[in-house]
Write a new protein. Structure first.
Length: 539
């Protein structure tokens, strides 16, 4: 239902209804969540929340901007406290139009003079507006509304200014005749006597709204019994915020710590919920779908010590060995980040506390001593989605290697060094057989992986190259990798399995793995001798 129609229904409802004050988007949303069917856009509270006085110190367009946030944040109607209409009939006409544009359901204007003063301050000195002039203002407002359900509430300040019941009744009648949809009758007494006397005379000529700020001890049943339509709780959101903020500010100031207040204030989770962060996430799924596909995840396996490096890895894992002043991991993170890759996960294990880079998601394989690469990878299984890079943590390669890999479009691509003969030291490496050997020709046909063997020595056997420990998957490839990983994780020997077992499993299930040949331009740091070579990779 339109907000205007909702407000009209509240005013005309045969049962007593309630509006709660709000003064910004957040308080308005909280009011709605509490179950209120409507909001009072209180002039006092909106002013106070900006630390200015309720004397029209805020310009009317400043009020408009605030009430727009309130309106945007809610689905229930707002009755704006429009003070005196911010001028004469002409200003009122423009106000109504602008409020309608901002989906504000109605406005209440009071028969005082601009700039007004709050009704509870020096009230007997407050001059009332000329009644005829005020009727013209009501009529101008009603004539300006585009939506028949927009409501103009006329507020009678006769009791506040000390003019008594007869003046109040005379003005209320005139305002109703001028077209007001309801009368707000205000009183500053601590008992509802003036209000009840008014109601006895007024009967049910038109809906009556009250603001029992001062006569708050009166049970709402009394208002019900006297035929009041709407009760406004006019300033209690603002006042509760004041008390809470004063307490928090002084506690934090005195303690120089957040400890005492942290669990007494709303959690950030609650704040994000109130801001509707969830809705944004849902919208991103719809509108950023392309981007989500483009978003690249990177997983770096850095759990192992590299015990063959002996003393060098006594206190740090091998991925933290420095090469030309920078650790391997730092270089790798920098290279990935340079390519715009932000979602980077590092699997730590041995001396995990040594790896502490910001903006990285960490997974810890605390069983690193008795498990192997796939156990580490399994920890980051949920990150294997969309486009995903999986890399050993102890390799360095030139930038173009990563660039070329990212340009490949196949579902799974691995980087293979064709120059196996450069391996002078015989140790375990991922040697591969491919659909064709590397050739240097420009338009060579695509090469595919046939088998990976994690071998200690070349053993005289001919291979097409060595997998360097770098691979990329598309969304489909990631799905296949996750499935193979899950399947292997059921096996009793899973803790001994390596990345080469994963690649072979993929091949066994018929998944094609594209090979991107390179000629050198990388090295791993498995041996002390390799460290000696790393000067070449300073860029
Ligand atoms: C307001 O909330 O700003 C009001 C009600 O106008 S009162 O403060 O009682 O005047
Ligand atoms: Mg006010």
């Amino acid at each position: 239902m339109k907000k205007t129609a909702q407000l009209r229904r509240l005013l005309q409802s045969p049962t007593l209804e309630f509006l709660m004050e709000a003064h910004n988007g957040l308080s308005a949303r909280i009011v709605e969540e509490a179950g209120f069917k409507g909001i009072w856009g209180s002039g006092l509270s909106i002013s106070a929340s900006q630390a200015v006085r309720d004397n029209n110190e805020l310009s009317w367009t400043e009020v408009l901007d605030i009430v727009e946030f309130m309106s945007d944040a809610t689905t229930i109607p707002i009755l704006l406290d429009g003070d005196t209409g911010y001028g004469n009939f002409n200003n009122m006409r423009r106000l109504v139009k602008k409020l309608e544009e901002r989906n504000v359901a109605g406005v209440c204007i009071e028969d005082k003079l601009f700039p007004k003063t709050n009704s509870f301050l020096r009230s007997t000195q407050q001059p009332l507006a000329d009644m005829e002039e005020f009727c013209g203002k009501i009529k101008a407002g009603k004539d300006s509304q585009g939506d028949d359900d927009f409501c103009v509430v006329a507020r009678v300040e006769a009791f506040i200014a000390g003019w008594g019941l007869q003046e109040a009744l005379k003005r209320a009648s005139a305002y109703q005749e001028a077209g007001a949809d309801a009368i707000l009758i205000h009183s500053k007494l601590s008992k509802p006597d003036e209000i009840l006397a008014f109601m006895k005379q007024w009967g049910n000529r038109c809906p009556v709204v009250i603001v029992p700020t001062k006569y708050y001890t009166t049970p709402s049943q009394v208002f019900r019994d006297h035929g009041i339509s709407v009760v406004i709780w006019a300033n209690h959101m603002m006042r509760s915020a004041v008390t809470a903020m004063q307490k928090t500010a002084s506690k934090v100031h005195d303690a120089e710590s957040l400890l005492e207040v942290e669990d007494k204030v709303a959690s950030l989770v609650e704040v994000f919920r109130l801001q509707r962060d969830e809705e944004l996430q849902e919208a991103e799924k719809i509108y950023l779908r392309e981007k989500e596909h483009e978003r690249i995840h990177a997983i770096i396996l850095a759990a192992s010590r590299g015990s063959e490096l002996r003393e060098m890895t006594r206190d740090i894992p091998k991925s933290m060995i420095k090469v030309n002043g920078k650790t391997l991991l730092e270089k790798m993170l920098g290279m990935l980040q340079d390519r715009g890759i932000r979602d980077i996960s590092v699997i730590r294990g041995y001396k995990k506390e040594a790896i502490q880079f910001p903006n990285v998601t960490y997974f810890d394989n605390d069983k690193y001593e008795n498990t192997n690469e796939l156990s580490s990878l399994l920890l980051a299984k949920n990150k294997i989605e969309g486009t995903c890079i999986v890399s050993y943590g102890d390799i360095i390669y030139r930038k173009h290697v990563l660039g070329n890999l990212l340009d490949e479009e196949s579902d799974i691509v691995i980087v293979v060094d064709a120059l196996t003969e450069r391996r002078q030291i015989l140790r375990k490496s991922d040697f591969v057989h491919c659909s064709r050997p590397y050739t240097r020709s420009y338009d060579e046909e695509a090469a595919y992986l046939k088998q990976v063997r994690f071998l200690e020595i070349l053993n005289g056997e001919k291979f097409d190259g060595e997998w360097i420990g770098l691979m990329k998957t598309t969304a489909r490839g990631s799905e296949a990798v996750r499935a193979a990983l899950e399947k292997l994780s059921q096996k009793s020997e899973f803790c001994r399995l390596n990345m080469s077992d994963l690649l072979n499993e993929l091949l066994a299930t018929g998944v094609q793995i594209r090979v991107l040949y390179i000629e050198g331009h990388w090295l791993d740091v498995d041996t002390l001798e390799d460290i000696g070579k790393t000067t070449a990779y300073s860029s």
